[in-house]
Structures are given as C-alpha cells and as structure tokens.
Design a protein around this ligand. Sequence first.
Ligand code: WTA
Length: 655
Amino acid sequence: MADDTSSAVEPTVYPPSAESTARSVTPATVYDDARSDRLGYWAEQARKLHWDAPFESVLDWSRAPFAKWFADGSINVSYNCLDRHVIAGNGDRVALHWEGEPGDSRSITYAELTAEVKRAANLLTALGVRQGDRVAIYLPLIPEAVVAMLAVARIGAVHSVVFGGFSAESLRARIDDAEAKLVITADGGYRKGRISSLKPAVDAALEGSAGTVEHVLVVHRAWDDGAELAWEHGRDLWWHDEMAQVDADHEARAFEAENPLFILYTSGTTGKPKGILHTSGGYLTQASTTHRQVFDLHPESDVYWCTADIGWITGHSYVVYGPLANGATQVIYEGTPDTPHPGRWWELIQKYGVTIFYTAPTAIRSFMKAGREIPESFDLSSLRILGSVGEPINPEAWRWYRQVIGADTTPIVDTWWQTETGGIMISPLPGITATKPGAAQTPIPGITAAVVDDSGTPLEEGAGLLAITEPWPGMLRGIWGDPDRFVETYWSKFADVEGGPWYFAGDGARLDGDGDIWLLGRVDDVMNVSGHRLSTAEIESSLVDHRWVAEAAVVGASDETTGQAVVAFVIVKKRHRQTATEEGVDELRHHVASQIGAIARPRNIYIVDELPKTRSGKIMRRLLRDLAEGREVGDTTTLADTTVMQVISDSVGGD
Ligand code: WTA
C-alpha cells in the first residue's frame, strides 16, 4: 500500500467527538426508546411522513414470513419526496446537484424536480401505465433517472431499475421476468470518457423477448444527431418530445402502504437472479429514518453525496428515496471516479462543499493505492461524516478513510445491509457510538439481530451466522413471482427457533466481547466484487453456455482492491482443446462480460482437466479458492479422487 498506517500506534476505539454529539439529530436515548416499544418506535418514525389515511395497524406478522407494515394506511411515496417539501416552503432548496462526466452540470430545486415528475407521471399515464404495471428503467445516472423512478412511484406503478452496465441478455431476462410494459432508457451515457450506448442494448433485449413491452422512452443524453440509433416507429419515443406534450399538473393520489414500489434484481445462489420486491410505506419509513439518523442529516445545511448508481439498492434507498424524503440537498455524478483525472471525486466534494460522503470500501482501497497526494490537493474540509457500504471494510482502509479524507476528525459509519433489507440494519450512529475500525457495531434502533450457530442458537461471543430476529419495516416482501423461493432462501434455515422464523442473511459475523458485530462476508455461493453481488452459479452457467466449455467452477478469490475477484476453472471439450490458448481465455472472459455484464468478467480463467468433486458429484469450491488465493490446499479427504487437486494445481501453475 502506498499509505501505510500501522495499526499498532492507532486507537482501537474512536469515541464520538463532543461536536458530533452536540449536533446529533438523534438523542442517545433512542436505543432504549426503541427497545422498550419497538413497534411504537417504528410507528413514530412512520408518522414523520405524510399519510393520506393514517394507519392503525403497525405490523401484521400473522402470515409470517409475509409481513405487512402500516397496512391500513395510505401514502404516496413520490409526494413525500417532492410536493411536501415545496408545500413546506422549501421549493427553492436544491434537491440535486447533478454533474455529468464530461463536466456539464445542472442544479435542480425541489420545485423544479416536482414539476418534472408531475409531467413524467402524466406521460406514463398517457402511455397506458397503471397502478401495479412494471416499468423497466435502464439509464445512466442523470436527473431523468430520478424523475423516472419518482414518476413511476407517483402513479402506483412498479419500477425495475437495471444497472446500465448489465448486458442486453441480462436486461431481457429482467424485463421478461417482471413482464414490463414500458422501458425507459437513454441513447447512451458517459463512462470513462466515452459514450457507452444503452438504446442499442434495449433493442437487442427486446428482440426475442416475451413481448410485453409496448413502448421505449428514450432520453437524449449522448449523440447530438441521434444518427447511431435504430428506431422502431410506434414503439420508440423521445422523452423530450413526449414530455413537451403532456400536462404540467398532476395530483398525487395515495395508495395503500403495501402497494409494490419496486423490484430490484440481485444475484442469489442459483443461476437465476431474484426479483426482490419492496413496497411503499414501510420501505420509505426505514429509508428516511436511517438516512436521517445514520448520516445525522441536517437538511437545511448539509450537502450529501452517495456515490452509488441507481441500479443498485444503495442508489434506491440512499440516492433517491431516503435523501429526497428527508428534503436533503445532494450531489449525483454520472461518471467514473478517475475521469478525466484521478481526483475527480475530491474535486466535486470541494466544488459543492459536500458534508456527508457515502461510498464503498473498494473505491477507498483504490484511492489508497493511488496515493494520498491526490485527495490532499483538494479542500475536503467541508466533510463531517463518512459512510461505507457494500462489503466489509478492512481496518487499514477505515483508518486511511478517516485520516486522509476525514482529517482524522470525521466519524465513519460502516453500514451493513442488503438489497433484501431495503435499508441500513447495522451501523454506528455518528454522535452516539464509539466506533472500532472494521466493525459495523450494533443494530440501529428498532432492529434486532443475533449471531447464531448453524442451528440458530445465539452466541454470546465468537463467529457464526447473522440472523435478523424480528421483522422490520423495509424488509423485502417477497421474490417476484416466486414465493416458495422467498421462504426457502431466507426463512427456512431458522424457521423453528423460538420466536422464529428468523431471517437468514447469508453473511457470516463475529460478535466481540462488547457485543459489537464484525461482518465476515458471505457464507453462500454469492461473491462480492467491488461491492457488487455476483452469483457463482450465474457465471458458471454463462461459461458452460459457451460452445467450447464442458464444465466450469467459479469462486470468489480475495483481491486487494475489489474485495473479491471472479476466478474460473474451466474444462474445455476435447475437440476444442487446441483453441484454448491465451486467446481462448480472453474469448471466454469476453463471453461472460457480454452475457452478464462487465462486472462479472472473470479476473482469471484457468483451463483444467478436472474439477475437485465429492463422491456425490458436488464441486468443492473451497479447494479451488485455496488454489486461487495461492494458499496450501486444505483437506482433500472427501474428494472422490484425492489426486485431482495435484493435477489441477499443476495445470494452474503452468497457465
Ligand atoms: C455485503 C448492498 C460487510 C454483505 C447494500 C451483504 C457488507 C451484501 C456491508 C449485500 C458492510 C454490505 N460490511 N458486508 N458494511 N454492506 N455488505 O444486496 O455480504 O448489493 O450480504 O446490498 O453485501 O449486497 P447488496
């Protein structure tokens, strides 16, 4: 590492500063309040939102694990994020400072954003979108992405945002699974100094799709002449043409609290991504409460920046719904951190006076590598709180983040949560918690978690599995179209514990002697590459889909920058062995990238003659992981053929 911060001389606990305690929006009593009346506490948080019809019922868990929160209340999510701030007199407050990668920018007030969303809601209605219909959104991080999501929410429809880096095939699978009626995309967006096209991928996705899509709305972002785009008349429409034709007025009507808000696909342990379903009132309650408490938000003075793309859950909860429900002013940035220069992020913090900054450990580690001179040449003194999300943050990165970015004064909030949890679950609160580098600390108020052994018995101390022991407002309500998979994946492991079912998170965790939680990474076949979830099974099935490949095994091997990296072991069919040269490996890497998306491209592919299997034929990925991480290979006694690891290790060494 370029910056070596030796842990021997560093504190192991960082108490909150007197200043951060003094300005905390959350009193320290909040934990006790929430513990003594958990449901009452969440009801109180929910009442900070605007309800058209107030709720009486807080939680209905009678059909566990299918939960209902605030079920008899009605609410409009978009109204809560927009109109209500304008009505309160904050229409002139900037909602979004948007920065495009090439350097173009727009600052949009709450009044302006509200007006845009009203038009967009009318447009969607004019295109026949109704409550409950699904709309796929495949956009770069431009203001229209936020407008589109809020417009869909405003009319009670359901969005499914697909990250712009996903391939046409991945997009098609998501469109078809959700039976989307409309796709909202752009001609392209800017990434790494180039235009990365989107509309052509939508065209490719719709070719051979199930045919539910009636229209494609295209935002003009990239090419000025539009010449590069194929256009299907009748189906494809320019966003700006259509927006100019619709009414500016739109009154938000309320929907029941459990009206579906969005589906977001995420990788699981099988090859098929899961459509995680979130609903309205409970989700918005948790997104806004956690955003206020964990980032100690003072909406009148803070400038908040979360670097996530809207294609991920962090972009949903902490770029769109949480911050906007709280009336925050935030920065959103279209491009990559190092374009056109490696200090772009720090330059933006300086430009907008960002006070709260939320990013992923993988980014922090890559900045560490590049050296502290880069951030040190910008004025970062506006920063007050730093957040981390997406993967465990190693203590070295934690300290570097605090010292180099945070002037050794800003609290760091390491926030653990998942697409499924909807909002932050385990995190320090900046004015209250004394933090330890590398620990996510304790569940936030109103959330209960335990570290348990394989049978669900809670541990007093030590390593085990993370379980959530009570339902929470932002929890997923299901997997789209697959209730059995929902029950099986999350609720079957700890179904029979006392007070159960408990939610199985799929993460390992360690409880220390103070009762603080340290996350240890996934315990299932899900990888975490640069904070993005990938499924080993999905990449394996993509490899096997290539005509050369007979068999494939994929593991997540630890990687200094990206946390984990995709490493594949592939058996090539006999007649293609000749072609499996260096070039062949590149072809396979490219194949995975084009089928799933660039984030899934394997770092290494090893062509091998055999894979390590148990007598029952199950691939022992643990042994492959040892090999990929350059460790001595562990216990091989359960292998059907114990010599196989030697054969594999010889061929890997000779690659
Ligand atoms: C991991 C991202 C350790 C974890 C919000 C989880 C973390 C998965 C942390 C969810 C953290 C997320 N410390 N691990 N602070 N935050 N994870 O659905 O393995 O993209 O299960 O949600 O990321 O990833 P997802």
